[in-house]
Design a protein around this ligand. Sequence first.
Ligand SMILES: CC(C)(COP(=O)(O)OP(=O)(O)OC[C@H]1O[C@@H](n2cnc3c(N)ncnc32)[C@H](O)[C@@H]1OP(=O)(O)O)[C@@H](O)C(=O)NCCC(=O)NCCS
Length: 199
Amino acid sequence: MNVPFGSLVPPCDEFESSRFPGMGQMAKVSLRPVRDEDVSLFEAEISTPEGAGEHAWFGYRSFNGMRTKIAEEGLLGPDLGGLTVEADGSVAGWVTWLKHYWGPEITSWSWSIGITIFAAFRGRGIGTETQIQLTEYLFLHTRAERIQAFTDADNRAEQRALEKAGFQREGVIRNAQWRMGGWHDQWLYSILRENFNDK
Ligand SMILES: CC(C)(COP(=O)(O)OP(=O)(O)OC[C@H]1O[C@@H](n2cnc3c(N)ncnc32)[C@H](O)[C@@H]1OP(=O)(O)O)[C@@H](O)C(=O)NCCC(=O)NCCS
């Protein structure tokens, strides 16, 4: 498969992970470029604590920045990107990636990924499969050496989803996130290209 970064994601059958066979009992998950009409769904979903999830409710957020990025570059730019998650053909959430720098920008960047699965679709393996597919997509179509994610120290669902997607826990980032009137520790996870190649 040779799809340049920034072009359309190939059809689901082509892009479904071959690294984790046996996940076939759940909905068929695929990633595709974000369309304008998806953004209102995202916005509605995370406009309540229940929709955002107990570890990801930060109050109301504007999605105008996402709309601008879609208009400019399809939300598939060189330093950040996003894709819509579909489950059995329905919009089920979205993922993002953003360059994080551990040193000089030109040599020391890694992707930092984020995910929201709509409440109605949670707990069915979709978040795990999504992060497997996103990792595969980013290693195949970009030169990333490292993909990282952080999540709340109490967000067991995301921790398990990352671990099942091949991420390793690296450590705790203390009092990193202000949410709901208090500071929260975050766990940092990563997967390296060599881990991906070894699968
Ligand atoms: C976190 C999230 C992406 C996980 O996706 P998901 O589709 O719900 O997760 P999965 O169904 O793939 O489950 C992954 C693992 O977490 C477990 N899990 C799911 N929901 C759980 C919960 N509420 N509490 C504890 N474990 C849970 C599952 O049992 C599974 O582990 P297992 O295979 O050992 O049984 C999704 O729940 C979500 O979008 N939540 C709201 C936003 C959020 O927290 N985003 C991440 C911010 S860093």
